[in-house]
Design a protein around this ligand. Structure first.
Ligand code: ADP
Length: 618
């Protein structure tokens, strides 16, 4: 396989900016406007100070002095107001940074292949980015903040060069060897301090990044415990019965403490960085004032110019530092951004075909598996192995899939529904590879009730319709068919009742069996031609279970249906039974034919029948 060439930092930076600019061009425009005004504004007062000091020393007319003073102040006020206005616009837009990354990541999660949700590498990348958002304000903030500083730095340096250049031009100081030495020392010092400042922040940023990764890991673990274990009522049961509180408490406390320690370390490192920075700045300032004052002492420049030039150069150094800050900041952003782009661009493996799903003339569904094998991503062994199968389901035909735990029944259904793609072989629906069909059209063929179905804490109607738009009559009818007619009458707000109390205090906590019926109602509402039920009665009481089987025809209508069940008695009513073992179909036929045959089905049937017979005798 051809190895993808690693993109350079500049390429990554460009791509991150393009991604951001798609929705936020105006942030960048406001950033530039802010930078121009912020970069130029300090020079108004610097130049004014120089003029006033020289004016006072050289006997400038009082009126002229006052005019300069007011003119300068008004200009400064105008510049400050403009800066505040631009900054307001900039800050307002910058707040989107956080939101933007969250939105991009949510979109990615929602539209990513199902199998990606189980990909540990990808999920780790996602969790890291969540921490980047929480702790560092997100990738875009890491781009825009340094950009603001960097642009301001550039403008500051340009303005400083214009303002302070005469310090070096005005009088060479020939005949003053001390000045020549000081000039060289100043130049060396400024360059050295700027480089040291750059190295300093780069060094600490790298160190902080390492500690941040450790911090993010601790945070992830404790957040997992806090969100998935402590707030989940299902887990809460086991936690109490098995007395796992201490275990969890120690786990959370340990991780939180570790996270706090890491955070303290980050702060310590940031303080060390600032301390070194302050020292470098002081040395630089001292040198500059010394140089300018010495020139004034020699009479090469005016006293007022000392303030102007020295402040100009100090501003210039601050500008250079801001530019370097921008460079190191962007380097960090690129570091995280590379992973962010890898996450966003992690490709879906499930190909979206182009073929529409055409109905057969007799509305039958032809299903065919040819040498189908499948192994879960990141695992070594096939779960489905060389499966060959051909079935034709007419409307109203029911097929049961039975087999021992772990034999691959649910996996087979997931492959059929294109939640996963086969590793080898091909699955055909109506003679065509299922990958050729447009994904959404194909998925619309199935109504599925999975064993581990989920209901959301939304309104009941929205849960049943799986949409905000609810056909009330159809939803009520589906609920009645699923055996929830009685329950419906007792609900305070009918279909508007919330499932669970997460969003609404008046919400209703449905029992496990009721939730399973809700999942069945959702499948009925979808009204797809092919119904699949994976253990649809596992959580139901015997009477409800009996109801479901007796009314199976009514539930699925005259549709083709496949259902997985361990209650073999219920399979008797199916036209055909597929017996799964070790990832393949080992028996295939009607109940009557299979109980006659030596094999797994008869073994399972006898095991269950004997249990019920013993129970009956007891
Ligand atoms: P059944 O429905 O027959 O009980 P499944 O199809 O759920 O069996 O599982 C078949 C095998 O695949 C089991 O050994 C199970 O551990 C494994 N398996 C199921 N889901 C995953 C997964 N997401 N990743 C790895 N292995 C899995």
């Amino acid at each position: 396989m051809e190895k993808k060439k690693k993109e350079s930092d500049i390429q990554i930076l460009r791509r991150l900016f393009s991604l951001y600019a798609v929705h936020n061009k105006s942030t960048i425009v406001f950033g530039i406007l802010c930078a121009v005004v912020t970069g130029v504004r300090p020079y108004i007062m610097i130049i004014l100070s120089g003029i006033l000091i020289d004016g006072l020393l050289n006997g400038m007319a009082f009126r002229t002095l006052i005019l300069w003073l007011f003119g300068g102040l008004i200009l400064n006020w105008a510049a400050e107001s403009l800066e505040a206005w631009f900054r307001e616009g900039f800050n307002g837009r910058v707040e989107n940074c956080l939101e933007r990354q969250n939105r991009d990541m949510n979109e990615k999660s929602l539209y990513s292949d199902y199998e990606n949700l189980e990909n540990p590498e990808l999920q780790e990348k996602k969790r890291k980015q969540e921490q980047v958002v929480n702790v560092r304000g997100g990738i875009y903030w890491m781009l825009i903040w340094p950009m603001d500083k960097g642009l301001t730095g550039v403008i500051t340096v340009i303005s400083a060069v214009v303002v302070a250049a005469p310090l070096f031009a005005g009088g060479s100081g020939a005949g003053h060897p001390g000045l020549a030495v000081l000039s060289v020392a100043l130049a060396v010092m400024v360059v050295a301090c700027s480089l040291a400042s750059y190295k300093n922040s780069d060094y600490w940023n790298k160190k902080i990044r390492k500690v941040f990764d450790q911090y993010a890991k601790c945070n992830r673990v404790s957040n997992y415990i806090l969100h998935n274990i402590l707030t989940d009522s299902e887990t809460g049961k086991d936690l109490r019965i098995f007395g796992q509180q201490e275990l969890i408490e120690e786990g959370v406390l340990g991780q939180r403490q570790e996270a706090l320690d890491r955070l303290k370390e980050i702060r310590r490192q940031a303080m060390a960085q600032s301390g070194i920075e302050a020292t470098l700045t002081t040395v630089n300032c001292g040198m500059i004032y010394l140089y300018a004052a010495f020139k004034a002492y020699l009479g090469l420049i005016t006293v007022g110019s000392v303030v102007k030039y020295a402040s100009g150069i100090i501003e210039c150094i601050t500008g250079i530092k801001n530019i370097l800050f921008c460079v190191t900041g962007w380097r960090q952003a690129v570091d995280y951004g590379r992973e962010y782009l890898e996450y966003l661009e992690f490709e879906n493996r499930i190909e979206d075909g182009t073929e529409p799903v055409a109905e057969n003339r007799d509305k039958s569904i032809q299903l065919e598996c040819e040498h189908v094998s499948f192994r879960y991503p990141g695992t070594e062994e096939d779960v489905i192995h060389d499966l060959n199968l051909k079935i034709a389901l007419r409307p109203g035909d029911h097929i049961a899939i039975v087999g021992r735990n772990g034999s691959g029944k649910t996996t087979f259904i997931k492959l059929l529904c294109r939640l996963y793609t086969v590793t080898e072989g091909v699955i055909r629906l109506n003679g065509r590879d299922i990958r050729d069909y447009t994904y959404q059209e194909y998925v619309d063929v199935f109504s599925v009730v999975f064993q581990d179905y989920r209901m959301f804490s939304l309104e009941l109607g929205e849960n049943i319709a799986a949409s905000e738009e609810v056909d009330q009559e159809r939803a009520l009818d589906s609920m009645r068919k699923a055996g929830l007619g009685h329950r419906l009458e007792k609900l305070p707000h009918g279909l508007d009742t919330y499932v669970g109390k997460e969003f609404e205090e008046s919400g209703v906590n449905f029992s496990g069996g009721e939730r399973q019926k809700l999942a069945i109602a959702r499948a009925i509402y979808k009204d797809a031609p092919f119904v699949i039920m994976d253990e649809p009665t596992a959580a139901l009481d015997p009477i409800s279970e009996c109801d479901v089987y007796e009314s199976f025809d009514r539930l699925v209508g005259h549709k083709a249906a496949v259902y997985i069940s361990h209650r073999l008695a219920s399979c008797r009513f199916c036209d055909r039974i597929l017996v799964f073992a070790d990832g393949g179909v080992v028996q295939n036929g009607s109940h009557e034919a299979l109980v006659e045959q030596e094999g797994l089905y008869r073994q399972m049937w006898n095991a269950q029948a004997q249990w019920y017979a013993d129970g009956a005798e007891a």
